[in-house]
Write a protein that binds this ligand. Structure first.
Ligand code: MD3
Ligand code: FE
Length: 213
């Protein structure tokens, strides 16, 4: 484990949190998860414009987006099957980095082909904003941007490389953020150019008694 760096208040960064062997093991588990729960192309609500990022999920709940809106649901939008369980490495990362937060309920898997982007947005589809979001990156490096809670607030950019962990808590939990570009060929981890980002999330408020010491 590497030392943490504070990027903006509530945004904590651990470069190289997963070593190469841990990255390879997690990438292999994700290949199996994506056989069970194939990547789908989310659509923007109302306009039906496709996202350039493709997605899947693991854990009890998954984030989906279609013409009717954004939501969390327990099943894959195309297969109708439950999402595969969290691989233990993700639960361990949450336990190590997310402090006393209650157990995660969803892990969104984002797949970035070399030209994929994610525009500045807030993550507001959860009912619980007091829990942090934990991000793990695998594969090619991405240029990540984070600002404040207003879209017009100034932003900072950070390169997220394979194995890096980022925790968004407190004031950073509702910060605007996005991915401006991928640097294809910057990592040899995956079998093709591109990037995987995993975000572990709490969706619902924890029932009384579930908040851990
Ligand atoms: C800041 N993902 O899935 S990870 C997303 O790299 C998302 O795929 C990006 O934005 C990616 O919603 C960025 C870092 C991240 C994740 C969640 C956040 C930053 C965040 C939630 C709130 C504030
Ligand atoms: Fe986000």
């Amino acid at each position: 484990m590497s030392a943490a760096v504070d990027i903006v208040p509530g945004c904590r960064y651990w470069p190289g949190w997963l070593d190469r062997a841990a990255q390879e093991a997690l990438a292999e588990e994700l290949r199996q998860i994506l056989v069970e729960a194939p990547l789908f192309t989310p659509l923007m609500p109302r306009t039906a414009k496709p996202f350039s990022v493709r997605m899947s999920n693991c854990g009890p709940l998954g984030w989906v987006s279609d013409v009717t809106g954004y939501r969390y649901q327990p099943t894959h939008p195309e297969t109708g099957r439950p999402w595969p369980p969290f691989p233990p490495a993700l639960t361990r990362a949450w336990d190590a980095l997310a402090g006393a937060a209650p157990a995660p309920e969803a892990c969104l898997i984002n797949w970035y082909a070399p030209t994929a982007r994610m525009g500045l947005h807030q993550d507001r589809d959860e009912e619980e904003f007091s829990a942090p979001v934990l991000s793990l990156s695998l594969g090619d490096t991405a240029l990540f941007r984070i600002g404040g809670t207003a879209r017009k607030d100034p932003t900072r950019s950070l390169r997220l490389a394979s194995g890096d962990a980022l925790l968004l808590a407190g004031p950073a939990r509702l910060a605007f953020h996005g991915i401006d570009r991928i640097y294809p060929g910057s990592s040899t981890l995956l079998k093709q150019p591109g990037r995987i980002n995993l975000t572990l999330r709490r969706v619902h408020a924890a029932p009384a008694g579930e908040i851990r010491p």
